[in-house]
Design a protein around this ligand. Sequence first.
Ligand code: LER
Ligand code: MN
Length: 270
Amino acid sequence: MKSCITISLVEEARGGPFVLWDGLEKSIALAGELGYDAVEIFAPGPEVIDVDALGKMLDGAHLKLAALGTGAGWVKHRLQLADPDPAKRQQAREFVRTIIDCAGQLSAAAIIGSMQGPSGHTDDSAEAYLREALEDGGSHAKQYGVPLIYEPLNRYETRQCCTVAGGVELLESLSTDNVRLLCDLFHMNIEESNIAEALLCGGKWVGHIHFVDSNRRPVGLGHMQYGPIIEALRKIDYQGYLCAEAFPYPDPHEAARQTMRAYQYWTATS
Ligand code: LER
Ligand code: MN
């Protein structure tokens, strides 16, 4: 399992659960210094990502790009993949495709989290629209040899899909085999009866982990029981990232250091 840390470039998301906020250059330098393997970037849109420049910056810090988030599509542009308005839905899918194109050029995946639609739309068509969007994004990502990553969220953020079992059912219903699940331990702590068992149920569909404590603070600062979680991830032979998506508590630097200490502790061979 590899280490990863989130960088937010989205001003509208201040106060959100992203660790580093100090611009790409400084954040990448810090992630590199602390020994992270990769970063996950939450960007306002594709227009702010200069793929070549980002690639060089990451190489210079010996980092990979793990993923690009699409959440700004919702937070900044109010685009949802399950919007009842076909034109808005189309715009939302287009936004996701352009993020997939940026990430794909750096062999990274795009993540669909809050763009799936928050709590508003509850009719059957919302799920059908989400399925169409996952088909579309999953097929689009294939040309880059990366999956599209789909994140079940807790009940206060979406009514689409809140559990790993629901996510597996959703992905198994698609005709594309190129979508994987993002299992965010914070959301799972709210929704799952047993986090380790949920990960075992996720099995081969688990494609990314948001590595965070029960209170959304960095790992080690809440009451999450990581022993069984790490054991479950080993059992399913998870080889992906444990990515710090947590509040920058007590501050971004210390949150980054705390997560790295916890990552090293939990992934030390036993
Ligand atoms: C939101 O709660 C979250 O977990 C993010 O990863 C989604 O964009
Ligand atoms: Mn998350």
